[in-house]
Design a protein. Structure first.
Length: 366
C-alpha cells in the first residue's frame, strides 16, 4: 500500500499558482475557441431543466428535446431583437427632429463653455473641425473592422448554438468521463461538485435575467416620469447593456441621451436622464446585486472585480461576462477539496466580525 505524498506549504502553493497560470495562459491563447464553448456551456446549464422535463416527463427523444430547447431559447432572443429593431425604425423617422434638437443642444453647450471657461465659439468649432477631419480619415478602417466584427459575432453565435445542442445531448457522456477520470472513492465529492456547479450557474443566470428585468422596468418608469419618448425601448436597452460590467451602463446612458433628442433638446431633460441612471444604478449596486447576484454565487466583491478586470483583459466583453461563473465554479471545487478549502474561503463573501489568534500554551515542567 502506497502512502500519500505530503508536500510542504510552499510546494502546494507553487503547484496551485502554476496550474492557475497555465489555465489562464491557455485561455488567453485559445480565447477565440474557448469563449464560444464556455458561453454554450452556460446556456446549456440554463436550458437543462427544460431539457430534462421534455426528455423524462414528456418522453421526448434526446435530440428532439435539445432542438425544442434551442428553438425556445432562440425565439426569445429573436423576439427581443425584433422588438428593438421595430422601435428603432420609429426613432429613425424622427431623424430631422433629432438633428434639430442636437443642434440646439450643441449651441447651449457652446454657450456654457464660453461663459464658464472663456473659450470662444470660434475656437471650439476649430477644435471640433480638427477632430472631425481625423475621424473621417479613420472612418473607412473602422467601418471595415465593424463589418468584420459583425460577421465574427454571427459565426460565434452559430457555433454556440451547435455547442449548446451537443452539451445537452452528451450530458451523460461528460459525466461518465469525469467518473472515469476520478477515483471511485471520490465519486461522492465529484457528484456534489457537479450538482453544485449546475445549481450555482443556473441560479446566477436566472438572477441576471431578473436583474435585467428589474433594471429595465425601473429605467422605463423613470424615463416615463421625466417625459422621454420611447421610454420602454430605452429601458429595455439599459437593462440588456447593464449585463456588461462597468461600460454597459455608460453606453446605455449615451444611447438614451441621443434618443431623448427626438422629443426635446433641453439640458434639463439630459440632467433628468443622468439622475434616473444614477438612481437606478444605486438601487442595482446596493440592493439588486447583493440580494440577487452575490447571494447566489457567494463571491466577494474584491474577487469579483479582479475577475471581471482579468476576464475583460483576456477576452473582452465575453470574458467579463464569463468571469463570475468561472470564479463560482472554482470556489465550488476549492470548497470541496481539503487542501484547497482556504482558497475557497478567500473567494467567499463570509467576513467574520472579529478574528482572534489561537495561541498554543507552552507548559513547563518544574
Amino acid at each position: 500500500m502506497t502512502r500519500p505524498v505530503t508536500l510542504p506549504f510552499y510546494a502546494k502553493l507553487s503547484f496551485i499558482l502554476v496550474t492557475l497560470i497555465c489555465f489562464a495562459f491557455i485561455f488567453c491563447i485559445g480565447k477565440d475557441i474557448l469563449t464560444p464553448v464556455l458561453m454554450a456551456f452556460l446556456f446549456a446549464v440554463l436550458l437543462l431543466p427544460i431539457f430534462t422535463f421534455l426528455n423524462t416527463k414528456c418522453k421526448f427523444p434526446r435530440h428532439l428535446a435539445a432542438i425544442v430547447c434551442l428553438v425556445l431559447f432562440i425565439s426569445c432572443i429573436v423576439g427581443i431583437l425584433v422588438f428593438i429593431s421595430y422601435q428603432v425604425t420609429y426613432i429613425a423617422n424622427d431623424f430631422e427632429t433629432i438633428k434639430k434638437n442636437a443642434n440646439s443642444f450643441i449651441i447651449e453647450i457652446h454657450k456654457f463653455i464660453r461663459e464658464n471657461f472663456q473659450v470662444s465659439i470660434g475656437e471650439q468649432k476649430k477644435y471640433l473641425d480638427s477632430v472631425t477631419k481625423d475621424s473621417v480619415k479613420t472612418g473607412q478602417a473602422k467601418l471595415g473592422s465593424f463589418i468584420i466584427s459583425i460577421s465574427d459575432v454571427l459565426l460565434d453565435s452559430t457555433i454556440m448554438i451547435i455547442y449548446t445542442f451537443l452539451f445537452l445531448i452528451y450530458k451523460e457522456h461528460f459525466k461518465l468521463f469525469f467518473a472515469k477520470l476520478i477515483k471511485q472513492e471520490n465519486h461522492a465529492v465529484l457528484q456534489d461538485i457537479l450538482s453544485q456547479i449546475k445549481v450555482s450557474i443556473n441560479n446566477y443566470i436566472v438572477s441576471l435575467i431578473i436583474e435585467m428585468i428589474v433594471v429595465s422596468v425601473l429605467t422605463s418608469l423613470g424615463l416615463w416620469i421625466i417625459g422621454v419618448k420611447y421610454f420602454i425601448l430605452l429601458g429595455l436597452i439599459t437593462g440588456i447593456l447593464n449585463l456588461i460590467p462597468y461600460i454597459g451602463i455608460f453606453i446605455a446612458g449615451v444611447i438614451t441621451v441621443l434618443a431623448s433628442l427626438t422629443g426635446s433638446g433641453e439640458i434639463s431633460v439630459i440632467l433628468g436622464i443622468l439622475i434616473v441612471n444614477i438612481i437606478v444604478q444605486f438601487i442595482d449596486n446596493n440592493l439588486l446585486v447583493p440580494l440577487i447576484i452575490n447571494s447566489k454565487v457567494e463571491i466577494n466583491a474584491f474577487v469579483s472585480i479582479m475577475g471581471i478586470i482579468v476576464g475583460g483583459a483576456a477576452a473582452g466583453i465575453a470574458g467579463m461576462f464569463l468571469a463570475i461563473p468561472l470564479l463560482a465554479i472554482l470556489k465550488i471545487i476549492f470548497d470541496r477539496i481539503d487542501s484547497l478549502s482556504a482558497w475557497g474561503y478567500l473567494m467567499g463573501n463570509h467576513v467574520p466580525r472579529k478574528f482572534v489568534w489561537r495561541k498554543r500554551k507552552i507548559t513547563t515542567e518544574n
